[in-house]
Design a protein around this ligand. Sequence first.
Ligand code: GLY
Length: 359
Amino acid sequence: MAKELEQQDGRLPKSIKDGKLETSDCYWWCSGFFPGELWYLYENNPTPELKKYAGLFTERLEKVQHVTDNHDVGFMLYCSYGNGYRLTQNPAYKDVLVTGAGSLSTRFNPMIKAIRSWDFTNNGKWQYPVIIDNMMNLELLFAATRLSGDSTFYKVAVSHVDRTMKEQYRPDGSCYHVVDYSMKDGSVRNRHTAQGYAHESAWSRGQAWGIYGLTLCYRETGDRKYLDQALKAVRFMFNHKNTPEDLVFYWDMDAPNIPNDYRDASAAACIASALYEISTVDVPEPQTYKAYADRIMESLASPTYRAELGTNGNFLLMHCVGSIPHNGEIDVPLNYADYYFLEALKRKRDIEQKGSKGC
Ligand code: GLY
């Protein structure tokens, strides 16, 4: 994939469309995943070629540090520059991360106490939409405080997760996709979905973003309430009547055509990665979480989900869903499924080889 795109100025892989590799520029929310995958591959096998490609594709995102019109800067920069900085200590990468965190922080409203996800208002239905996906962007903010010494980023992240935990989660441990806040007084106006089956359903990738995001907030702050909420969300997913035997979740836990509905390998991969981290922290029966993650990974690595080498546009995994309500990216490979699959493999290997903290 890297060789195929090397000469295509600024392009990054996204998915497959009409049987062909579909690419994006750096401003698509998924632009950071492929460089991140290359960094994970380089970490596993540190060849000069992998380092060259990881650097080349990472640096295609340089302009993203100035993006202020959406919240995805965290996904984009932390997967690419974040992993790159972790492995190379390149000071230029550090500067991009800190500038990017500043751009993301411009979207924080102290009255609402959360970062605005989208400027898009859904034809005037929303004033200040915050989506559960936004939890993933907090990792960039925590990193930026460590890198710069400026605690503002950390405070923004903590405020965001606290408001999200209060407003976005249901008593059963599942979460809403979109919470819309009033710009007048900060109250909740709507609890909706955008990519799930229904406002009251549990969109599987949203559950994944929440579980992963809460787990990283626990890692960064040591505050147990985030881990407790993550564990509740995990129990929701794994005790659900619609959880399939192979643990590769349907695209929505309440999808209308279960058991004949689409699976979303991206949600499963992201949850597996988070579960490996959970299995390394102070939880009762940590091996249960590792066993769930291992089962997901065995399914994803089987021929049902893992494409044969050289097929599938060179993506690793098949059977992901972008957005069924928007009729986009249905039953296709997606670069973030591959990213979290590789990250989960790394975490699994670290835990098993070192017998120590893998995350
Ligand atoms: N962050 C968008 C998605 O999960 O599809």
